[in-house]
Design a protein around this ligand. Structure first.
Ligand code: AMP
Length: 377
């Protein structure tokens, strides 16, 4: 079988690696350059998008910010999975909120802002403090403002106005500031026949809005809540493939922060920590194959490599330490790769995280250092 992926970044690369043992080949469509490329080498394949669509058995996506005209062309072929509605909901916070509400899934109180009168109404409805997020194009904490004090209203409005004027379709979603204890996410898959399989929850640490460290956790009550919400959202979309849901844990109660209709950074740990990883399960689901087991096989944590292109070889020499580079050119803050670290039990995982922290620069890997400090104290 041949799969065409919309997007040619690291997620397409890892899907391609996971599909190879199943004899599933892949090409990727770079939406920004309008080129079809090989997802591992980035070598250009001399095909137009129409030709690539015709040559594919299945089409899927590695990100949600895809122009709707491209989605429409893919949809017309009847080959696109999970579904164009799911991708659109992931790329527009207004649609996402409507989806969550219609699925009966709890999320933060919100208000959609199109103009200054809406902003004033949002302040009444949602209250201060609030988080303001652009409806379109925002990811990894980009296009966001924190309104903590009424004195900031006019200054923040100036910036919001610029954002609103940037596109006729743009809006801003005001969200209640959630005083969460921690952030967790659930990654899982739904097959064409409606079977659902979820991985254990991951606890996530973000630095400046970007995921830095994810650890698979054993939290049966939260897992149960998360799985119910996951199933409600996936069923309401008649979803096919891997879906990720990010949550805030507030006193043991989960509120959805956002959904990602694709494989997700907080699921990279499954490459070493689960029986079948998220990339293979996505490929299996979209190709109509049975889902693989999502069972945890080893305690695992994942550390994002941001803006760095070399790591000490001592890490590779450590048992249970696996490095995944994405083959990208170095840029400050860019997701360049990740480290998966595994252990037989959680105390050993903690010991290994401390050992890894000793090899890494504190400025480049603040979350690992913070965790190591906590473990040691
Ligand atoms: P997002 O891009 O929506 O995932 O937001 C990036 C990060 O900002 C999240 O991972 C949270 O740490 C924080 N954040 C987002 N929304 C809220 C909220 N409503 N209340 C508190 N923190 C938030």
């Amino acid at each position: 079988m041949h799969v065409l992926v919309l997007g040619s970044g690291q997620l397409a690369r890892m899907m391609s690696l996971a599909g190879a043992p199943l004899n599933i080949t892949m090409s990727a469509y770079d939406v920004t350059t309008d080129r079809v490329v090989h997802p591992l080498t980035q070598a250009v394949i001399e095909q137009t998008l129409d030709q690539a669509i015709a040559a594919a058995d299945v089409i899927t996506a590695e990100f949600e910010h895809i122009p709707h005209d491209i989605l429409a062309i893919c949809d017309k072929s009847g080959k696109f999975r999970p579904s164009t509605d799911a991708i659109k909901a992931g790329g527009d916070r207004r649609l996402e909120k409507t989806l969550l509400d219609n699925s009966g899934v709890k999320n933060a109180t919100y208000y959609v802002i199109n103009n200054r009168a809406d902003f004033d109404a949002a302040i009444q409805h949602v209250g201060i403090p609030m988080v303001l997020k652009s409806a379109l194009g925002g990811y990894d904490g980009k296009g966001q403002w924190r309104l903590k004090d009424a004195a900031q209203v006019d200054t923040i409005w100036q910036e919001m106005q610029e954002c609103l004027n940037s596109s006729t379709h743009q809006a801003i979603v005001a969200e209640q500031f959630v005083p969460f204890d921690r952030e967790v996410s659930l990654v899982g898959a739904r097959s064409a026949s409606g079977e659902v399989a979820v991985y254990p929850l991951a606890e996530n640490i973000h630095v400046n809005g970007v995921l830095s460290l994810s650890t698979a956790i054993d939290a049966p009550e939260l897992q149960e809540q998360a799985k119910k919400m996951f199933t409600a959202v996936a069923n309401s979309l008649d979803y096919i493939g891997v879906l990720a849901i990010e949550f805030f844990d507030v006193n043991g109660e989960l509120l959805v922060n956002e959904i990602a209709p694709r494989v997700h950074n907080s699921g990279h740990w499954t490459q070493q920590g689960a029986e079948v990883c998220q990339f293979e399960n996505h490929v299996r689901a979209v190709c109509g194959l049975p889902l693989g087991s999502t069972k945890l096989v080893r305690e695992t944590a994942m550390i994002n490599i941001l803006g760095e292109d070399t790591l000490p070889n001592a890490l590779l020499a450590m048992e249970g330490c696996h490095i995944h580079w994405y083959g990208k050119d170095k840029r400050p803050g860019r997701k360049m790769g990740h480290i998966n670290v595994t252990a037989d039990y959680s105390g050993e995982l903690q010991r290994k995280l401390c050992e890894i922290a000793d090899h890494l620069d504190e400025n480049a890997f603040p979350a690992v250092h913070e965790v190591a400090q906590k473990i040691r104290s």
